[in-house]
Design a protein around this ligand. Structure first.
Ligand SMILES: *Cc1c(COP(=O)(O)O)cnc(C)c1O
Ligand code: SF4
Length: 407
């Protein structure tokens, strides 16, 4: 027995996951001649992104409203959709949740006085360009302003896709210098844009630099690539992540229709590389504002080893009013999830306060009343099924010198 214990590494073959669609098999006719190897190449996906109205006309049956929205809003916020993401869209239904996130929407031109260009005041909390340091122990580190798909609900619209604000090498160096010289920066969130638009070599440099800083305890990578360009998760990238392990990868699935064989494989590869997976969903009207939709998404994510972390209230960014839901919608979803899915499938419902107030969590109130008793307050709770239960919130016992309770 002694010394003979050996761990055999099982080479990882996720195989097909039942009930998940493959984007390749669903690819639009425009791409029917594309072979699987090209479809699986993220370079090919990147080079063949749909950007112009003509591209979308070839793939989808557009409504007049979509066509108009495209012509009017594409100039304000760039349009790009990977063939992979386009393949997940319903061809004839403008209400398709994937389509609403990738195609310019009529509501984008509507602006209200209360809306803000920089709703979270991320720029105001920048000690150096490219770093937002708001909480005592955490920094947001922007390393790219590009994304494979430009999400119509993006909160960083003002910067994302704007070539004049590209996070140049100098800015990344300055960010690393700030982190190195700021001992309270224990938790670094690598963000953007999408950090995975950088090359493997660049990512390796950033991760190695962060790992060489003693006070950096937690490294997170915020990326939507597992959703919009899962082909970007290559064995080479996984080796880089494995070397920096554990890396918390926070991705951004908003709807079960965004799940595919390709995404499932990407998540499995990340898990196999020692990453810890979390999902940050944004609550979007008409996309995922039904409790059953969130439940289904979270169930699927758990099955794939990705834990729902946040459900974010749509913030006060300009041009996304059509996506905004009342706070009660989020609370109702939370109320529905609790008890119906395991605790691991219940995210934190948070509002990111405007002006840099940070995140606050909202929790449905499950206390229905209180009354006094000799033992302390009796609290009436409501459980997930709507039944009522009383719980005695005991006053600390008042013991006399002999150890007897005075009551
Ligand atoms: C959300 C956020 C973080 C990370 O916060 P967690 O609640 O720890 O996930 C860090 N910095 C900024 C500025 C943020 O908005
Ligand atoms: S991937 Fe993230 S940063 Fe990029 S457009 Fe979408 S929401 Fe914005």
């Amino acid at each position: 027995m002694a010394g003979s214990a050996r761990v055999t590494r099982i080479d990882f073959d996720p195989g097909p996951l039942p009930s998940l669609r493959s984007s390749y098999e669903r690819r639009p006719a425009r791409f029917s001649d594309v072979d699987r190897a090209s479809w699986e190449s993220w370079h090919w996906q990147h080079q063949n992104r749909l950007r112009k109205l003509e591209h979308f006309e070839e793939v989808l049956t557009l409504s007049d409203a979509e066509r108009r929205a495209f012509e009017q809003s594409a100039a304000r916020f760039r349009v790009a959709v990977t063939p992979h993401y386009a393949a997940l869209m319903a061809t004839a239904n403008p209400g398709c949740p994937v389509r609403q996130q990738g195609l310019p929407q009529p509501g984008e031109l509507r602006h209200y006085d209360f809306e803000l260009e920089d709703p979270l005041a991320e720029e105001a909390h920048m000690p150096v360009p490219g770093i937002t340091h708001r909480y005592p122990d955490r920094v947001l580190f922007y390393v790219s302003h590009h994304c494979p798909v430009y999400c119509r609900h993006c909160t960083r619209k003002r910067k994302v896709s704007d070539p004049t604000t590209a996070a140049a090498r100098d800015q990344i160096e300055a960010g690393l210098h700030y982190i190195r010289t700021t001992p309270t920066a224990r938790d670094v969130v690598i963000s953007g844009g999408d950090p995975l638009t950088l090359s493997d070599a660049r990512l390796r440099e950033i991760l190695e630099a962060l790992r060489s800083i003693e006070h950096v305890e937690v490294i997170r990578l915020g990326t939507r690539n597992p959703v919009t360009l899962p082909q970007r998760i290559t064995p080479e990238l996984c080796e880089i992540l494995r070397a920096a392990s554990p890396v918390f990868v926070h991705t951004h699935f908003n709807h079960p229709d965004e799940l595919s064989q390709e995404s499932a494989r990407a998540l499995r590869m990340l898990l196999d590389a020692g990453c810890v997976l979390g999902n940050q969903m944004v609550l979007l009207r008409g996309v995922n504002d039904q409790p059953e939709t969130v439940m289904e998404l979270n169930r699927q994510l758990l099955r794939l080893g990705c834990r729902p972390y946040y459900m974010l209230q749509c913030d006060m960014a300009a041009g996304i009013s059509h996506f905004r839901t009342p706070l009660t919608t989020g609370l109702q979803i939370m109320d529905h999830l609790r008890g119906r899915i395991g605790g691991m499938g219940v995210p934190h419902f948070v509002v990111d306060l405007p002006g840099g107030g940070g995140k606050v969590e909202l929790v449905p109130d499950q206390i229905e009343g209180r009354h006094d008793s000799p033992w302390g307050q009796v609290v009436t709770f409501r459980n997930f099924a709507g039944e009522r239960f009383e719980f005695v919130d005991v006053d600390p016992p008042r013991l006399d010198a002999h150890g007897d309770d005075e009551r």
